[in-house]
Design a protein around this ligand. Structure first.
Ligand SMILES: *Cc1c(COP(=O)(O)O)cnc(C)c1O
Length: 413
C-alpha cells in the first residue's frame, strides 16, 4: 500500500494507474462484454490464469478502479463493489453462510439490515441479537454453529459504538468471520482492519459518494482472516487461487456474479469523484456536528442528545480511542410536550429526508418513519424516545445551521 495520505491517494490513484490518454479519471466503460482475438486468452481469463474482463456483471474496468480506491482507503487486500450497501451485505451472507449456520449480530442495526437478517432466519440461518457495546455479550451468544459476527461502528439513530476491538479479538480467537459495517464512520475516520475485522462493508451511497447522487456498496477483505480454516470455501476455488484470495474469489463469484447486485460503471464514476473530497467533507461535517451537539445540549426543550463526541456519551472513551473524529451522525429528543414532526416542519434549511452522509444536513423524526414498523414497545426497548430526531450533519456554514435550529426552537414557545 502506498504511504500517501487519504486525500492525496483519493486524488491521484486513478491517474497513477495510467488510464487511457493520460486522463485524470478512469473512463466510464459501458461495454457489458469484452472480446478477445485468441480464444485461448478468453479461456485463460475465465480460469483466472490471465487478468482481463469477460462480462461486466462480475468485473468492469471502471468499477475495478473504484474497488482499488476502496481497498487503498481501507488498507485491505482487495474489494468487491456492489449496486448498493444492502447488496454488499447480502452478498456476504449469500456467499459464506448455509442453512443451520448461526450469526451473532448487534441489536443496534440499520433497519433494512435487521429486516434482511429476519429473512435469513426464515431460510434456516440462526440469528442472535446482542448489545454489542460489550464483547462479553457477543461471547455469551456464541454457539458451536456460529460462523459470523456482524456489527456497525456507530449505530443509528442512538449512536451506540460497538466494542470493536473486543469483538475483533474474540472473532480472531474463535476463527469467526467478523463483519464491520463502516458506513457511518467511513475509512477516513476508522479502518476496521485495525481491530482485526475480516470484512469492512461500506454503503458508498453515504459519505463515499457524499452528495446523495449515486447508490453503491463495497466489501473489503482486510487481509487478516485465515481462509484455510473456513469450512465454507467452494472446493473449486481452492485449487486455482492462493489461500489469501479465497474470501475475495468466493465473494466475487458467489456473492457478485451469482447474486447479481452489480454496480453500474456510471455510478462507480460518480462515487469515485465523490471520494476526492471525502476527507474534507468529513472534517467539516464533524466540526459542524460537534458544534450542533454542544448547542442542542444547552437547550431547555431538548432532553437528550446522542453524539459520541459528547463526554456524557456512554461510549465516548472507545470512540475517542478508535475513531479519528466522533462522526457527523447524531440524534436528539425534544421534551414529550413538543411535537417532533411540527418542529421538523419549522426547519427551513435542514431537509426532511431519510438519507445520511449527504453534503446537506438531513433530519428525520425517527418513531413515525424509519422505526415506525417496529411499534412503540420495541422502540422503547431499543431506547428510542417517541420524540427522537436523527440528524446527518452536512457541510453548510455552521452559523446558518445554528440559526435554523434557533428559529425552530423559538417557535416551540
Ligand atoms: C444506508 C446504510 C446501508 C445500506 O446502504 P444502501 O447503499 O442504501 O443500500 C447499510 N448500512 C448502514 C449503516 C447504512 O447507513
Amino acid at each position: 500500500m502506498n504511504s500517501n495520505g487519504f486525500t492525496t491517494t483519493a486524488l491521484h490513484i486513478d491517474r497513477l494507474a495510467k488510464p487511457e490518454h493520460g486522463a485524470m479519471h478512469k473512463a466510464i466503460h459501458t461495454s457489458i462484454a469484452y472480446g478477445y482475438e485468441k480464444a485461448e486468452d478468453l479461456a485463460a481469463v475465465f480460469q483466472g490464469r490471465q487478468k482481463g474482463f469477460a462480462y461486466s456483471r462480475q468485473a468492469n474496468p471502471t468499477v475495478q478502479a473504484l474497488e482499488n480506491r476502496v481497498t487503498a482507503f481501507e488498507d485491505g487486500i482487495g474489494s468487491v463493489c456492489f449496486a448498493t450497501g444492502m447488496a454488499a451485505l447480502g452478498a456476504i451472507f449469500f456467499a459464506f453462510l448455509k442453512r443451520d449456520d448461526h450469526i451473532v449480530s448487534s441489536q443496534f442495526l440499520f433497519g433494512n439490515t435487521a429486516s434482511m437478517l429476519a429473512t435469513l432466519e426464515q431460510m434456516g440461518v440462526g440469528v442472535t441479537f446482542v448489545d454489542s457495546t460489550d464483547a462479553a455479550n457477543v461471547k455469551a451468544a456464541l454457539t458451536p454453529k456460529t460462523r459470523l459476527v456482524l456489527v456497525e461502528t456507530i449505530a443509528n439513530p442512538v449512536t451506540q459504538v460497538s466494542d470493536l476491538d473486543g469483538i475483533g479479538a474474540l472473532c480472531k480467537e474463535r476463527g469467526l468471520i467478523c463483519v464491520v459495517d463502516n458506513t457511518v464512520t467511513s475509512p477516513y475516520l476508522f479502518r476496521p482492519k485495525a481491530v482485526g475485522a475480516t470484512f469492512s462493508v461500506n454503503s458508498l451511497s453515504k459519505y463515499f459518494g457524499g452528495h446523495g447522487a449515486a447508490l453503491g456498496g463495497s466489501v473489503t477483505d482486510c487481509g487478516v482472516f485465515d481462509w484455510s480454516k473456513d469450512p465454507g470455501i467452494f472446493e473449486g476455488y481452492k485449487a486455482t487461487t492462493p489461500v489469501e484470495q479465497w474470501g475475495l474469489i468466493q465473494l466475487r463469484r458467489k456473492g457478485l456474479r451469482d447474486f447479481g447486485g452489480t454496480l453500474s460503471p456510471e455510478a462507480a464514476h460518480t462515487l469515485a469523484l465523490g471520494t476526492e473530497t471525502l476527507a474534507l467533507r468529513m472534517e467539516r461535517s464533524c466540526d459542524n456536528a460537534d458544534r450542533l451537539a454542544d448547542f442542542l445540549s444547552r437547550q431547555k426543550a431538548v432532553v437528550e442528545v446522542n453524539h459520541p463526541g459528547l463526554e456524557s456519551h456512554p461510549q465516548h472513551g472507545i470512540a475517542n480511542r478508535l475513531f479519528k473524529r466522533p462522526g457527523a451522525l447524531m440524534s436528539f429528543a425534544l421534551d414529550d410536550r413538543h411535537d417532533a414532526l411540527a418542529f421538523m416542519s419549522n426547519l427551513r434549511l435542514v431537509v426532511n429526508s431519510t438519507n445520511l452522509g449527504d453534503t446537506r444536513t438531513l433530519g428525520i423524526a425517527v418513531a413515525p418513519t424509519i422505526f415506525f414498523e417496529l411499534g412503540r414497545e420495541r422502540r422503547t426497548a431499543m431506547g428510542i424516545r417517541e420524540g427522537l430526531i436523527r440528524l446527518s450533519v452536512g457541510i453548510e456554514d455552521i452559523d446558518d445551521l445554528i440559526g435554523d435550529f434557533s428559529q425552530a426552537l423559538a417557535k416551540l414557545g
